[in-house]
Design a protein around this ligand. Structure first.
Ligand code: NAD
Length: 479
C-alpha cells in the first residue's frame, strides 16, 4: 500500500518521485511505499499552512476545541483499525496498541481541546504608575512537529494537538519507520472538519524531509522527539534562525529499588518498566539498582518472571513481547549484548533472537537481563532502547544516587521505597525531568513532561505545551 502526503486537506504523491520501502517488522516483508519528500513538498505544505493560518488563528476557542474533540471521538471510533495499523507498522503487540497507543492519541486531542478553553494569560497592574500590563499569548504561525517510531501516533499527536489548539498551523513528519497511523490521521481530520491546511503531514527520511522542515526559514518553531544526536543536529541548524525549540531526547533511566518497598507491586511494575513495548520507550527503567539485602531474592524472582514472558507475533493475544521495529534496530540492540559480554557482564536470561513459527524473518529478540560488574560499563551508560536491562546491587542511598546521576541523560527515574524522608531527599537530588515513586509511567497530561541534560530542552504537557506553541506579548497601557 502506498502512503501519500496530506497537504491542504488532500492526499498527494511527492513532487519528486522518490519513495522508501515500508517494512512489517513481524515478518520482515515490505508491505508498502512511502514518499521521501523533498524541500518542494515542504514548501507546498508550508504554503498550505500559511494560507490556513489567518482564519484558523482567529477561530473561537470553542470552535477549535470542538474540532479537536471530534478528532478524538473519531480516533476512538476507529480504535481497532488504528491499533491493527500501528501494530503492523511497529511490531508492538496489538493489545498494547489498543490499550495504550491509540487511546492515548485520542486523549491528546481531547485533552488539548479542553485545555485551550482554560488557558489564560496574566495582567500586571503597575501600581503608582497609572499603568496596566496584560500579556497576550499569540500563536506562532507555522510550526514543525517531528516524531519517532516507538509510540508513533501517541507522540505525533502529543505535539500536533497543542500546536493546533493554540491556533498554529502545522507541517508534521512522523518517523519514516512507522508512517501508517499518521497517514490514516489525515482522513480523520477531514472527517472531523479540520479546515484544510491547518495540519499537513509529510512523509520521508529524517535527513531529507525532516531536515527540510528544520531548514525552512519561515517555520518558526520545531517540536522534536527522537534521539539525542538528532536533537543536537537540529539545534545547530535552528539556532542561527532563532527558532523556538522543544527537544525530547533519549534516556537511560534508573529504577532504584530499596528493601522497604512493596515488593510484589515493585516486581510487577519492574517487569513492565523494563520490557513494555519491547523496551522501546524512552521512559523505560533500563538500569535497575537493587539494595543488597534483597538483591538475590529480586534476581531470582525477576528472572523467573522474565522467562515466562511470551515473545510472539504482535497479533497473537498471548504475546507479551512483539517484534523490534526494524532490522537495523535489532542488530544495534544485539550488538549491545555482545558489548556487555566483552565488558564482563553476565547474561542472566535472554540474549538471543527468537524464531517465531510462520514469521521466521521477523525481528524478535528475547527479553534480556544482564548483571553488570559496575555502573560505568557501556551497557549501563548508553541508550540501547530495546528489551535489555541491567541489574546490579547497591549498599547505601548515597552510592545509588551517585550512580543514578552518573549518566549523560536525565529523562526519568523510578524509586521504590516506603520511607518518606528518603523519598523527598532522593526526589530532590535525582537529575531527571520526571521522578516516579512506587509507580512507573503513570501519566497525568497536565504535568510537565521532558528531560534534563542530554535528554532534552523544554517541557511538553498541559499548559507548558500551550506556552511553547504561543508567543507571549506584553501590552503596557498608561492611563
Ligand atoms: P531519530 O532521532 O532517529 O528520529 C526521530 C525523528 O527525527 C524521525 O522522524 C526522523 O526521521 C527525524 N530525523 C532524523 N534525522 C533528522 C534530521 N537531520 N532533521 C530532522 N529530522 C530528522 O530517533 P528514533 O530512532 O526515531 O527514536 C528513538 C529515539 O527517540 C530514542 O533515543 C528515544 O529515547 C527517543 N525518544 C524520546 C522521547 C522523549 O519524550 N524524550 C520519547 C520517545 C522516544
Amino acid at each position: 500500500m502506498n502512503i501519500k502526503n496530506y497537504i491542504n486537506g488532500k492526499f498527494k504523491n511527492p513532487v519528486q518521485d522518490y519513495w522508501i520501502e515500508n517494512f512489517n517488522p513481524s515478518n520482515g516483508e515490505v508491505y508498502g511505499q512511502i514518499p521521501n519528500s523533498t524541500s518542494e513538498d515542504i514548501e507546498d505544505a508550508y504554503n498550505a499552512a500559511k494560507s490556513a493560518f489567518p482564519s484558523w488563528s482567529k477561530k473561537t476557542l470553542e470552535e477549535r476545541s470542538r474540532i479537536l474533540i471530534k478528532i478524538s471521538e473519531l480516533l476512538e471510533a476507529n480504535l481497532q483499525r488504528f491499533a491493527e495499523a500501528e501494530s503492523k507498522d511497529n511490531g508492538k503487540p496489538i493489545s498494547l496498541a489498543k490499550a495504550v497507543d491509540i487511546p492515548r492519541a485520542a486523549s491528546n486531542f481531547r485533552f488539548f481541546g479542553n485545555a485551550i478553553t482554560q488557558f489564560a494569560s496574566e495582567s500586571h497592574e503597575s501600581v503608582g504608575q497609572n499603568a496596566i500590563n496584560y500579556t497576550l499569548r499569540q500563536p506562532i504561525g507555522v510550526v514543525g512537529c517531528i516524531s519517532p517510531w516507538n509510540l508513533p501516533l501517541y507522540l505525533f499527536t502529543w505535539k500536533i494537538a497543542p500546536a493546533i489548539a493554540a491556533g498554529n498551523c502545522v507541517v508534521a513528519k512522523p518517523s519514516e519507520v512507522t508512517p501508517m497511523t499518521a497517514y490514516l490521521l489525515g482522513e480523520i481530520c477531514n472527517e472531523a472538519g479540520l479546515p484544510k491546511g491547518v495540519l499537513n503531514i509529510v512523509h520521508g527520511l529524517g535527513t531529507t524531509t525532516g531536515q527540510a522542515i528544520v531548514e525552512h526559514t519561515d517555520i518558526k518553531a520545531i517540536s522534536f522527539t527522537g534521539g539525542t544526536a538528532t536533537g543536537a543536529h537540529i539545534a545547530k541548524i535552528a539556532a542561527p534562525m532563532f527558532k523556538k525549540l522543544s527537544l525530547e531526547l533519549g534516556g537511560k533511566n534508573p529504577n532504584i529499588i530499596f528493601a522497604d518497598c512493596d515488593y510484589d507491586d515493585m516486581l510487577e511494575t519492574t517487569v513492565r518498566s523494563s520490557f513494555a513495548n519491547q523496551g522501546q520507550i524512552c521512559l523505560c527503567g533500563s538500569r535497575i539498582f537493587i539494595e543488597s539485602s534483597i538483591y538475590e531474592r529480586f534476581k531470582s524472582d525477576f528472572i523467573t518472571r522474565i522467562k515466562a514472558l511470551k515473545v510472539g507475533h504482535p497479533s497473537d493475544a498471548n504475546t507479551n513481547i512483539g517484534a523490534l521495529v526494524s532490522k537495523p534496530h535489532l542488530e544495534k540492540v544485539k550488538s549491545y549484548i555482545e558489548i556487555a559480554k566483552d565488558e564482563n557482564g553476565t547474561v542472566l536470561c535472554g540474549g538471543k533472537e527468537v524464531i517465531v513459527k510462520g514469521f521466521e524473518n521477523g525481528y524478535y529478540l528475547e527479553p534480556t537481563v544482564i548483571e553488570v560488574p559496575n555502573d560505568e560499563c557501556r551497557v549501563n551508560q548508553e541508550e540501547i532502547f530495546g528489551p535489555v536491562v541491567t541489574i546490579m546491587p547497591f549498599d547505601t542511598e548515597e552510592d545509588v544516587l551517585a550512580m543514578a546521576n552518573k549518566v549523560k541523560y536525565g529523562l526519568s527515574a523510578t524509586l521504590w521505597t516506603n520511607d518518606l524522608k528518603r523519598t523527598l531527599r532522593m526526589s530532590n537530588q535525582l537529575q531527571a525531568g520526571i521522578v516516579w515513586v512506587n509507580t512507573w509511567m503513570m501519566r497525568d497530561l497536565r504535568t510537565p513532561f521532558g528531560g534534563v541534560k542530554a535528554s532534552g530542552v523544554g517541557r511538553e504537557g498541559g499548559f507548558e505545551a500551550l506556552r511553547f506553541f504561543t508567543e507571549p506579548k506584553n501590552v503596557c497601557i498608561k492611563y
